[in-house]
Design a protein around this ligand. Structure first.
Ligand code: GLC
Length: 771
């Protein structure tokens, strides 16, 4: 967020770009007259993960070489072809000196998915989507550019999908049939060469598998990063941080991570801590670690312009910062006041940044949160002219970068800034902490970011609408190759009322990235900052998240092997079911859990569409929530003791499955887990724990759903990269004819001794895990 965005003056509103955008822009027409292309172009084809991929390379006149791709890391064997047999028939042309247009048919009924972070339902069709990384906090229907830019769109027609990916760092605009003419038009505002990939036809899963083969997949995150994270802008001093940690533990709210926002720094200088407010920073982090918390710190890209600040003076001396076209250092306002910006396009700058991160690793910081990396400037709201017709010449861009091809205008590469900052961070952390799984969180991102960082969707608000939108938005993030994603649980802006907090946790425990965060103003949002009753319900939900960690960790393995996201639209598994394809207020977490939460204030029941098959309801919390459980009353309970866990004796799942292929109207009391398990699944779960430090010793229960069922369990140390060298165990689980069977698939890790059992309809028995 930026101060100017928080309170726009009437004048600002009058000239706001949102209004300007509505002016008719120069639309391209297809045809020889409109095409001014005089460069070189060629098609190639290959197969990636059994999916046909055609690639068009466009080299404008005068271009010598393709710029190095950030996004694409695979080098399959490309075969030059005269005319590609692509899944989508593309027509293309150069319409202006710095603008290219692609056109393709978009027949009625074809859904459009992907494009990274879009403020939209799941289907992106019927709108224009500008992709130029922007810090715009007005997350409403009129927002266009967001923090992220993913020029990757999937066209879904039932079970058959195809996709277009533009490998460019330049701004693009995807018009997905906004005029109801059944035509798609992609505008690329660039002077540089670029490549267009057309994938398919294939299933949704195969398209993503091929796309993530090309752009890479997420490494396994450290286990602690899958736990509950607690943040606020900002915990202003050590005392407050210690207090938060103490209250989380005293109230038995399972939490792994405390996240420090900008106020830990000395006047927002990166790589510093405030001597007054955080006098014993390393000691604080050690004490938090003793209480089983990890600490994550925010690191913004902007460097305070201050001659006495060594990071600034060194960077200035070495010419590490972005400049204006005149050659002077580019300066803008951000949190530190006048600020300069490292040119992450340069290898030497990334190395320098990465080396400086030792400041954090030396003090025991476990992960880095890269924010404001679009980059956000308080003085420039929107980088891209709203009525842009082509990219302005380099010298007119407010800042410049140095690339191996020479000096380059910011807008050509802006979309990469956040991703390159994460690359610098990742490579730095790898050096300081080799053989460890890294955790980096970023706001700005572009294709390929999944190799370096998790993402969250920035400054949402404590509104039911933002809870609702989180589902399709995160689904599209996952379909854009980024599995580790979430939104601020409880909402960032405005006050989160108790009912919304509970409802948000009901959904949030299923986000791959699970963090409660809110802004500096207004009421506190930590679960203990509410009544005992609210806290009890939230605690029980977080406990459910922790119990599901073996299943969730398994889904990260699945992503790593196949590219599948954790959160999936129903059509991922039920693409032949037209109703399932339409739904975006429910989602699948992996193949076995369907989540259908309440997304409106005051509602106590909702329509849940269960696809074919039979589904077991999560019982957990339903009983307590509806009856008050005798422990926690439904009234705000002043001074009343909260139940502090101990809820493990409650049945976790209903014993009678619901029949799928239809809509069920179901009671959804506050605090109940809004999820269903597919018949035929075996879900590995642990016992309740306070942090993942307890994970390796915690008993494991394999919950069996149905008379015949299958599942999988993978165990590893959850922290190192030894799994890459085979240090993990994997077992196939099966239940049939009343017998539970375990088959080892891989043995390479010495698991800690712990109880392992299975549970079928409430009857349990011990299980031996053979190696
Ligand atoms: C930005 C971030 C937000 C953070 C704030 C202060 O608005 O999106 O999460 O709390 O800056 O650092």
């Amino acid at each position: 967020m930026t101060p100017t965005q928080a309170t726009p003056s009437p004048a600002e509103v009058a000239f706001d770009w949102q209004h300007a955008r509505k002016l008719p822009r120069q639309r391209a027409t297809i045809g020889a007259d409109a095409d001014i292309f005089a460069g070189k172009s060629y098609w190639e084809q290959c197969e990636v993960e059994r999916v046909k991929v055609a690639r068009l390379t466009v080299m404008p006149r005068g271009a010598r070489a393709l710029p190095a791709s950030f996004a694409v890391v695979a080098e399959p064997h490309w075969k030059p072809v005269k005319e590609a047999k692509a899944a989508i028939k593309l027509e293309w042309q150069q319409s202006r000196e710095a603008r290219f247009d692609l056109f393709f048919d978009l027949p009625e009924g074809v859904r459009c998915l992907g494009l990274g972070e879009r403020y939209s339902g799941l289907d992106l069709r019927g709108a224009v989507h500008t992709l130029c990384t922007t810090d715009d906090t007005h997350h409403t229907e009129s927002i266009d550019s967001t923090y992220k830019a993913f020029p990757f769109v999937i066209l879904q027609d039932g079970n058959t999908c195809s996709a277009i990916f533009i490998d460019t760092s330049a701004p693009t605009r995807f018009d997905l049939d906004s005029e109801l003419s059944e035509i798609g038009n992609i505008e690329i505002y660039s002077r540089r060469p670029f490549q267009v990939y057309v994938l398919g036809p294939a299933s949704l899963a195969n398209i993503i598998s091929a796309y993530t083969h090309l752009t890479g997949r997420s490494q396994l995150p450290p286990r602690w990063a899958l736990g509950h994270q607690q943040c606020r802008w900002s915990y202003p001093d050590e005392k407050t941080v210690r207090d938060v940690a103490r209250k989380l533990r005293a109230n038995k709210i399972p939490t792994d991570t405390i996240v420090l926002d900008i106020d830990y720094m000395d006047e927002y200088r990166v790589f510093t801590t405030s001597k007054q407010r955080f006098p014993n920073f390393a000691r604080l982090i050690r004490d938090l670690a003793d209480a089983d918390f990890r600490t994550v710190t925010i690191v913004d890209p902007g460097v305070k312009q201050d001659a006495a600040f060594p990071i600034y003076s060194q960077g200035k001396k070495e010419a590490y910062f972005c400049t204006k076209s005149s050659g002077e250092t580019f300066v803008e306002k951000v949190w530190p006041g006048l600020t300069v910006f490292p040119d992450f396009l340069q290898d030497r700058v990334r190395k320098w940044w990465g080396a400086n991160l030792q400041f954090y690793t030396d003090r025991g910081v476990a992960g880095i949160w890269n924010d404001m990396n679009e980059p956000a400037f308080f003085g420039i709201k929107h980088m891209l002219e709203v009525d842009i017709d082509e990219l302005p010449p380099d010298r007119e861009h407010p800042l410049m970068h140095s690339s191996p091809e020479g000096r380059i205008g910011h807008l050509e590469v802006r979309n990469l800034y956040g991703s390159l900052m994460c690359r610098a961070t990742y490579e730095g952390l790898q050096k300081h902490r080799p053989n460890q799984r890294q955790f980096i969180l970023t706001r700005s991102a572009s294709p390929g970011i999944q190799r370096y960082a998790a993402v969250w969707l920035g400054d949402n608000t404590s509104w039911y609408e933002h809870l609702r939108k989180s589902i399709p938005m995160l689904l599209n993030m996952g379909l854009s190759g980024v599995p580790f994603c979430g939104v601020d649980v409880g909402g960032f802006g405005a006050d989160c009322l108790p009912e919304l907090l509970i409802r948000w946790y009901e959904t949030g425990i299923f986000y791959p990235f699970f963090r409660n965060h809110c802004w500096i103003t207004g009421r506190a949002q930590e679960p203990y900052a509410y009544s005992d009753d609210v806290m009890d319900k939230v605690r029980r939900l977080i406990e459910t998240r922790y119990r599901l960690l073996p299943y969730i960790a398994g889904l990260f393995w699945e992503h790593w092997r196949t590219g599948a996201p954790l959160m999936r639209p129903l059509s991922w598994h039920y693409g032949d079911d037209p109703i399932a394809c339409e739904i975006d207020n429910q989602f699948m977490l992996g193949s076995d859990i369907l989540v259908a939460p309440i997304l409106e204030r005051g509602q106590r029941r909702r329509a849940v569409y269960l696809p074919k098959g039979r589904w077991y309801r999560f019982e957990f919390g339903r009983d307590a929530a509806s009856k008050g459980s005798g422990k926690a009353s439904s009234k705000p309970s002043k001074g009343k003791k909260s139940s502090k866990s101990g809820s493990t004796s409650e049945p976790l799942f209903g014993s009678e499955p619901l029949t799928g292929g239809k809509v069920h109207i179901l009671e959804m009391p506050l605090g109940a887990v809004p999820a269903f398990v597919r018949e035929g699944a075996i879900i590995p779960m642990t016992d309740v724990m306070q942090s993942t430090n307890e994970y390796s010793r915690s008993p494991i229960t394999f919950h069996v759903f149905g008379a015949t069922a299958k599942g999988k369990f993978i165990d590893d140390d959850g922290a190192s990269t030894d799994h890459l060298r085979g240090a993990y165990n994997e077992w196939m689980l099966a239940f049939a004819n009343g017998k539970f069977r375990v088959e080892p698939m891989h043995s390479g890790y010495k698991s800690s001794a712990r109880t392992v059992r299975y549970d079928h309809n409430g009857s349990t028995a011990q299980v031996k895990l053979p190696l």
